[in-house]
Write a protein that binds this ligand. Structure first.
Ligand code: DUC
Ligand code: ZN
Ligand code: ZN
Length: 472
């Protein structure tokens, strides 16, 4: 047999090109791309009228992540990767969270156990550093970066996660030496604390005040500070979940100064606003995420950033909590208000359709940019390229076959995550993934699951030359 699979008649899209071609797959990799492929294949998929694109890489998702006592994340690795593959993704990058007092290695063991045998797509972790003691900075983190854990997230807010500027500087220095990217959650803890106190004193505790407590200056100030710390250390930084023009301006200014900065935005900043946090009683908690959705002016700024290259990647920030007492409606949230609502919303399955429909179909971005923003640039930023993130000879056969004309109204009843709602309920989109192939194995065919869990693999990575460079 020449091929395990041939995809015929489709329009192939990469971050650079759009062309008609057949794609031949053998042993999990792409081995031929030609106008017409002759030869024997075990299976042929006719993609006439469809787009054949690199499988999505969602480089910002939270699965089975530990939270405050009593709170359970709405997706484990099984349901989260199942939802991901239905949404056209072939690789996701969840976080491995270090609890205070825990070693990074022990945290990795925990997450490996949660993932083992439960993956529908490939995964690779980012490390959340919450306790950067001398052992972590001097020994553990350098060793793990060298072993392929080449991205680290730091938080500038949340009592149990935030690092001081001094601690962030040490993480950045270690990351720069080893060649890892530092992902930054840029919201300032002191400003939020100050605003929380004012709101609480005024009795303003409904979900909508979550947005009031984290206005744009809170994000802009922290973005500026994080990028100044990156400038001091020559670290490469990914500013995640950017929501507004002020933060984008800080990113662009830092780039002009030569700071190595990448940036990310997410669907919630394109199609939700803080008005969604209104709603009856606690309904608004379904939209509580951080930074919060803003207004239509900020949405436009994020679109502009996607169009003009301010943003490198478009991720879901899938962080699901159910609308029940395990998630959004904990007794503390019901009693005490927005400060106790877990932050995060689901979106792993709807990320690509929302960008395709609102971006490509509405003429804001072209197909190549869509592929760059949803796949290729993630692979490049985090050390998976060219094995993943493109359609090329020798690359992993991670492919999504996309119907550009399929009209779908997003609805909880049609999704495959473990969460019990979608914040995008009722949003009509055009364009949807129909078949997802991961390393040559068809996992979803014609929108039906056709493979068992357990076929996803952990993806190791190599330190990045740009992250390691000293900037000179
Ligand atoms: N940060 C994230 O990256 N995801 C959800 C919540 C948060 O604060
Ligand atoms: Zn964050
Ligand atoms: Zn997140």
């Amino acid at each position: 047999m020449d091929y395990d699979l041939i995809i015929t008649g489709g329009t192939v899209v990469t971050a650079a090109d759009v062309f008609s071609a057949d794609v031949g797959i053998k042993d999990g990799r792409i081995v031929a791309i030609a106008e017409t492929l002759a030869g024997h294949a075990a299976e042929v998929i006719d993609a006439t009228g469809k787009l054949v694109m690199p499988g999505g890489i969602d480089s910002h998702v939270h699965l089975a992540q530990d939270g405050a006592p009593g709170i359970v994340m709405g997706d484990d690795f099984e349901t989260g990767t199942r939802s991901a593959i239905f949404g056209g993704n072939t690789t996701v990058m969840p976080f491995c969270l270090q609890k205070k007092g825990q070693s990074l290695r022990d945290a990795l063991t925990d997450y490996d156990q949660r993932a083992a045998g439960n993956l529908y797509c490939d995964v690779s972790y980012h490390l959340i550093v919450s306790d950067p003691d001398p052992q972590l900075i001097g020994q553990d983190l350098p060793a793990l970066i060298a072993a392929g854990f080449t991205s680290v997230k730091v938080f500038m807010t949340y009592e149990d996660l935030r690092l001081t500027d001094y601690e962030i500087l040490n993480v950045m220095k270690t990351a720069r030496k080893g060649g890892a990217v530092v992902m930054v959650h840029a919201e300032g803890i002191d400003a939020i604390r100050f605003l929380n106190e004012e709101l609480e004193a005024a009795g303003k505790t409904a979900p909508r005040y979550h947005a009031t407590s984290r206005p744009i200056p809170v994000e802009r100030e922290a973005t500026n500070r994080a990028l100044s710390l990156a400038e001091l250390t020559n670290a490469e930084v990914m500013v995640v979940h950017v929501s507004n023009a002020g933060a984008i301006e800080e990113i662009e200014r830092a780039r002009k100064r030569g700071v190595k900065v990448l940036s990310e935005t997410c669907p919630q900043y394109l199609v939700l606003t803080e008005d969604d946090l209104e709603g009856d009683a606690l309904e608004g908690s379904k939209f509580v995420c951080s930074p919060p959705p803003r207004d239509t002016t900020s949405q436009e700024a994020c679109w502009e950033g996607l169009e003009n290259g301010s943003f490198d990647v478009f991720s879901s920030d899938h962080c699901p909590y159910r609308y029940d007492e395990s998630g959004k409606l904990t007794p503390e949230a019901k009693r005490g208000g927005y400060r106790w609502i877990p932050n995060g919303i689901p979106g792993i399955e709807t990320r690509m359709p929302i960008l395709f429909s609102e971006g490509v179909r509405k003429g804001r971005i072209d197909l190549q940019r869509f592929v760059a923003l949803t796949s290729t640039n993630h692979a490049k930023a985090y050390g998976l390229f060219p094995r993943k993130g493109t359609i090329a000879i020798g690359a992993d056969a991670d492919i999504v076959i996309w119907d550009p004309d399929l009209e779908v109204t997003i609805s909880q009843s049609e999704l495959h995550h473990g969460c019990d709602y979608t914040p995008y309920e009722g949003l009509a989109v055009t364009g949807w993934p129909v078949t997802t192939i991961r390393r040559g194995v068809t996992v979803v065919r014609d929108r039906k699951l056709v493979a068992d869990k357990g076929i996803g693999l952990y993806q190791t990575r190599v330190p990045s030359a740009s992250a390691a460079s000293d900037g000179s």
